[in-house]
Every structure is written in C-alpha cells, then in structure tokens.
Ligand binder design. Structure first.
Ligand code: BDR
Ligand code: CA
Length: 314
C-alpha cells in the first residue's frame, strides 16, 4: 500500500522538482499539499502549487494555504533572488494557469490536524519549507505528535556550513521558533539537511537527460531550473550548471531510505544571536534529553540521481 503523505512546501524550483518526483512514484500517495512562505510569499507559493498540480493533471489533490509569516521573528526577505520573481525560475507564473482550480477553505495547520487525527498512524508529514505550519498544527492539537507515522523534512545542518548564515540553513532560519517546537515534540523525525543535500549535485548534462525524448516533466524541470543554475554559479561558483539537490532528497529517503546513513542525535535550534537558525546536534548523546532526530549524514549520490532520473522519465 502506498505511503500517505502531506507535502508542506514553498514552491520554489526544488520544491517543484520534489513534487514531480512524488507524483511519478507509486510508493507515495499525496493526500494534500500545504503551502508556506519561504521561497516567496504564501500567495505566490500557493499559486505555484495549484499551477504545478494543474500541469501534472493532478488537481484532484487538495491544496491548503498556510502561514505567511514566522511565529516570532520578523520575516526575512523571501527567496526570489534564488528562485526567480515567480519563484518558479521566471517562467512567467504570475497568475493561476487554470482559473477553475482553488485552494481549499481551510488553513494548512487545520488541514494537517484534521487529516492526521482522522487517520491515526497513517500519515507522514513531509515539510520542505519553513516549519511554521507544522508548529501551528502542533499548537492546535499536540496529540498529532503521537498520531503521525513519521516526519521527514528537508532543512537544517549538523556539520555542513549554513547556506543563509555561517551556521543556518534557510528553512530553519526562516522560522527558528517553529523548528524548535518541531524538534521538541515526541515524534519520529528524519532530517535531510545540508549534510546530504549539498553532497548531491545535478548538472546541465543531467537535466538534458531528464528532458530527453520530449519527456514532459523533464522538459519542464530543465526550463524552471535555468535561473536556479545561474544562482548556483553566481553564489557558489558551480560552473557546469550544477544545483544542490535539496527538496528531492526528502522524497528519495521516503522511497529508499537505504540510500542514506542516519545518526540518532537530539537537536536544539538556536533562536537568537549569531547562530540563529542553527540546528545543533548533541553528537556525544550526553547533554540533552530532547527526542533523538534521525540526522542523515551520508548519501549514495549515484543511487539518488539514478532513482530521480528513472522516476521523472517514467
Ligand atoms: C531549502 O531552502 C529553499 O530555498 C529550498 O526550497 C529548500 O527547501 C534549502 O536550504
Ligand atoms: Ca523548499
């Protein structure tokens, strides 16, 4: 039986790459998309979510709009400089492509609570943006911690340098207080952070392979990724059209966890000072009593890239 997930997302170029990966993977059934600010404001990420589902012919999947601001801190600028003005690589997605599709009339946090409580033990939450919706759902109904099957998230970093500050990864940095609540809850969490996502790179030749044979998903990915490639060249000096494999990594773990090696460490999140947004792991298992997180620390990059190619081209 397919594993049911709620995909909490801020599309976002790599969010779109992850979503198309899920939609072509029979092991996973998306029961809903919840949207969050991050790569753009929540109106834009919701529009992108609806447009992506319309493009994929999957407008049957409900979309619930979530938070537009973090729990406590003042919002940081959203991520258009990485993902383009439309957060979809400047392909001109300023409006809904199909005026007949709409988000559901329920806040993302409420949607999460209702779905998890009505299907105990069945739903995996897969957040690949700031953790605000997940934290709001926990505040609304703390019992969801015992009712979800698992949380598999993209964000954070144990040993790898940060990508928005010396220590912080963007999703956690955008709402550190939400992340702190999520890591304090007693539920099984896997964290696909920069330790693994920056170790796998897709390059220009790989995107050509995805698009070969007029593959529709592959051609779309090659189109939206151009702006993201330019960012990776400008920011990291990656010369061959390489991009980091962030959000698709959470999906790869769901499909085949044996691609990764994880370590069970408690995580605390810095909520102020120069380390704000850092996910600090107690690697000696000595100092903190908070729940252990499955921190992914090694990845078989070839297997991940092979899996992604196979699924997108299916
Ligand atoms: C994360 O930040 C966003 O820009 C990406 O979509 C990804 O979820 C990487 O740090
Ligand atoms: Ca994202």
């Amino acid at each position: 039986m397919a594993r049911k997930i709620i995909f909490d997302t801020d599309p976002g170029v790599d969010d779109a790459m992850a979503l198309l990966f899920v939609l072509n993977s029979p092991e996973i059934e998306i029961i809903g998309l919840t949207t969050i600010f991050g790569n753009s404001n929540v109106d834009a990420t919701t529009r992108n979510a609806l447009n992506l589902l319309d493009f994929a012919g999957r407008s049957d999947i409900p979309v619930a709009k979530g938070a537009n601001v973090p729990l406590v801190i003042a919002p940081h600028p959203t991520g258009e400089f990485v993902h383009g003005d439309d957060a979809m690589g400047n392909i001109g997605w300023q409006h809904l492509n199909n005026p007949n599709v709409h988000e559901v009339d329920q806040h993302a946090a409420q949607f999460i609570v209702e779905q998890v409580m009505s299907q105990p033990g069945e739903i995996t939450l897969v957040p690949v943006g700031p953790l605000t919706n997940i934290a709001l759902a926990l505040q609304l109904e703390p019992r969801i911690a015992k009712k979800v099957k698992e949380v598999v998230m993209m964000g954070g970093s144990v040993l790898h340098a940060g990508n928005v500050s010396p220590l912080a990864e963007a999703n956690i940095h955008n709402d550190p207080h939400a992340a702190a609540l999520v890591f304090r809850a007693e539920w099984p969490i896997t964290m696909a952070g920069l330790d693994v996502t920056e170790m796998v790179q897709m390059n220009a030749a790989y995107f050509d392979e995805l698009a070969a044979g007029s593959n529709r998903f592959g051609q779309f990915i090659r189109q939206i990724v151009a702006y993201y490639q330019q960012f990776h060249l400008d920011w990291y000096g990656m010369p061959n059209g390489e991009v980091h494999t962030h959000d698709p990594s959470a999906i790869a773990y769901l499909i085949d966890p044996s691609i990764y090696v994880g370590h069970q460490w408690p995580i605390m999140v810095a909520t102020d000072g120069p380390a704000i947004g850092a996910t600090i792991a107690d690697r000696r298992l000595r100092f903190w009593k908070s729940p252990k997180v499955n921190c992914l620390m090694q990845v078989d990059g070839k297997r991940l890239l092979d899996l992604y190619r196979t699924r997108i081209r299916a």
